[in-house]
Design a protein around this ligand. Structure first.
Ligand code: AMP
Ligand code: MN
Ligand code: MN
Ligand code: MN
Length: 325
């Protein structure tokens, strides 16, 4: 089992728990190293880091950036980022800025389909109004009795071809990767399995092209064990990782109790041969000032695939974006 959960959300984006509540839940459920990865916003990191120190967790600054690649929306997670790095902070500001107008258009589209009052209802669920998103709409549509749960909203509304869907231009892939790398972070392709299922999803050829471009612009890792993946997909994306020489990441993508497929907590081991992404995160980033050390990658409780890795890589220094990639 992996003690690392490197993908989750607080109410700074579309999670339901505050950063402190989220960290407390992670601690209770056995997580030893946590990254908070809110969508397009880093405002929860300070609170989460302070809570992590209290609970004895190692904490990694994270973010999940919304990207438009060709006709697809994909997400790129940044781990070990520096939130005050101006291109990253400014870039995320510009990504967030379109969300208000998009929300108004989504509400207009739903009104045309006969569902009114949604804009106000959705904002009621957005603790951080700058980050209004589809999940807040989904929660309101459940409350108003249009669907039984958030998952069913996303099968009937808010997705391509369904009422309430509004196409949107997010960050460019190369920009998102360079903001992350430039700030000292590792760029991770989030939940790739999600891009290969559903309406107008990517085929294998497009996935190859996406990963080629991602690597060419400095992407270094891919989520293999994800709350959005089936066990078959763990194996599938471990193969992609090997093919593209990417490190492997793991995260629940937890959004809130009762809402997510997978809760915070220990995740299944990587398939054999995976190179864990934390080997590229400098120890100085993993260990907070008064926080604990991360689990020793050679200890008995750590996964077998981790043990296969070279410990020398633990303190690997990541070159800035553009160099060596
Ligand atoms: P947005 O960034 O506003 O487009 O919202 C994207 C968020 O919607 C994702 O991060 C998920 O939290 C949620 N979401 C998208 N598709 C689904 C789905 N099929 N089931 C549940 N949640 C979804
Ligand atoms: Mn989300
Ligand atoms: Mn995502
Ligand atoms: Mn996520």
């Amino acid at each position: 089992m992996l003690d690392y959960d490197l993908h989750c959300h607080s109410n700074i984006s579309d999670g339901t728990l505050t950063p402190s509540e989220l960290v407390a839940r992670a601690a209770e459920r056995g997580v030893k190293v946590l990254a908070l990865t809110d969508h397009d916003d880093m405002d929860g990191l300070d609170e989460a880091r302070a809570a992590a120190a209290q609970h004895g967790l190692a904490f990694i600054n994270g973010v999940e950036i919304s990207v438009t690649w060709r006709t697809h929306t994909v997400h790129v997670v940044g781990l070990g980022i520096d939130p005050v790095y101006p291109p990253l902070a400014d870039g995320l500001h510009s990504v967030r800025s379109g969300r208000g107008e998009r929300a108004r258009k989504m509400a207009d589209e739903l009104a045309k389909a006969g569902i009114g009052g949604v804009l106000q209802g959705a904002y009621h669920y957005a603790e951080n109004p700058n980050l209004i998103g589809r999940t807040h709409f989904a929660r309101y549509l459940v409350e108003a009795g249009h669907c039984k749960d958030v998952k069913s909203v996303f099968s009937r509304y808010l997705v391509k071809g369904k009422p309430g869907y509004v196409p949107h231009q997010w960050a460019a892939l190369a920009d998102a990767v360079s903001w992350i790398r430039g700030s000292g972070g590792v760029a991770v392709m989030a939940h790739p399995g999600r891009y290969m299922s559903g309406r107008k999803s990517m085929g294998k050829q497009a996935m190859h092209q996406l990963l080629s471009e991602f690597v060419a612009c400095g992407g270094q890792a891919i989520e293999v064990v994800s709350g959005s993946h089936t066990p078959e997909q763990y194996a599938e994306f471990a193969r992609y990782a090997a093919e593209f020489n990417l490190m492997c990441s793991c995260g629940s993508d937890f959004h809130g109790p009762g809402e997510s497929y997978r809760d915070l907590g220990r995740l299944p081991d990587f398939p054999l041969g995976c190179r864990p992404v934390w080997q590229a995160i400098p120890l100085s980033v993993l260990i907070s000032e008064n926080g604990p050390s991360p689990p020793d990658p050679l200890s008995e409780t750590t996964s077998h695939s981790t043990r296969l890795q070279e410990t020398a890589a633990k303190s690997l220094v990541i070159p800035p974006a553009g160099e060596g990639s």
